[in-house]
Write a protein that binds this ligand. Structure first.
Ligand SMILES: Nc1ncnc2c1ncn2[C@@H]1O[C@H](COP(=O)(O)OP(=O)(O)O)[C@@H](O)[C@H]1O
Ligand SMILES: [Mg+2]
Length: 240
């Protein structure tokens, strides 16, 4: 069953068509990679689905229902959660308090008995490398991305969007994040991830959707798409 389906989703910013009639789907249990050059429209497509920046035209179906234009908090309560390319936690709050905010206000299942305990569990699950009482403005980019992931998981999503979660990671950290992504999948969460790092894409993605200049140019099983000349050309230019 498709947990997510977009039907000719278009997003325009003034004269710029950032996403152009993109139809794609994500089935239950899959990890799908959304890839394409910088500025291709990947984040815009995630935002259009998740309610942050509703589509100009086209339809979005999540969990079998038409959710086009629903606000992000509504999508979150239905079970769609996401991380951000640039995480922005409440800077003066501790790591734990930031995750608790998501636990208390975003949980799909409603009231969580012990929000602090649940939030600690999320920090442990993502192997958050700092003490839970660290004030968020003191975290570096890599730590912020881990915190953002714990926050996204705190709402108990069925469908999770990851936007360049692994950007800037060292080789060792990349291995850790691959392990964590698999652990998330094992808990029954379906994942759509925007990613550039080939090692991660080839390791975890069942399928890829490729966009360039807002248009879907390829989709299919990871290995096939990775060998598609159109895809290499989109990244490297015609000479290749
Ligand atoms: N809020 C916005 N207002 C105007 N233009 C935007 C906005 N968000 C994104 N864009 C433009 O839309 C295009 C796609 O951006 P984006 O979705 O961020 O690309 P990607 O995530 O694939 O790198 C870019 O040309 C970008 O400048
Ligand atoms: Mg982006």
């Amino acid at each position: 069953m498709s947990l997510l389906e977009t039907i000719e989703v278009t997003k325009q910013f003034g004269g710029l068509t950032a996403v152009n009639k993109v139809s794609m789907h994500v089935d239950e249990g899959e990890i799908v990679g959304l890839i394409g050059p910088n500025g291709a429209g990947k984040t815009t497509l995630l935002n259009a689905i998740a309610g942050l920046n509703p589509p100009t035209s086209g339809r979005v179906k999540v969990f079998g229902e038409d959710t086009t234009g629903l606000a992000p908090e509504k999508m979150c309560h239905r079970g769609l959660s996401r991380t951000f390319q640039i995480p922005r936690p409440f800077p003066k709050m501790t790591a734990l308090e930031n995750v608790m905010t998501a636990t208390i206000f975003g949980n799909r299942k409603g009231k969580v008995e012990d929000p602090a305990a649940h939030s600690r569990e999320m920090l442990k699950f993502v192997e958050f490398p700092e003490p839970e009482e660290t004030v968020s403005e003191n975290l570096n980019t890599v730590q912020l991305k881990r915190l953002d992931l714990a926050r996204a998981l705190a709402s108990a999503p069925r469908l999770l969007f990851l936007d360049e979660l692994a950007a800037g990671l060292t080789e060792g950290e990349l291995k850790d994040i691959i392990k964590i992504i698999r652990k998330i999948q094992d808990t029954g969460v379906t994942i759509l991830m925007v990613e550039h790092i080939m090692q991660l894409i080839m390791n975890v993605c069942d399928r890829l959707v490729v966009i360039q200049f807002g248009l879907k140019i390829a989709e299919g099983p990871t290995k096939e798409v990775a060998q598609d000349p159109k895809v290499a050309e989109a990244y490297l230019g015609k000479a290749h």
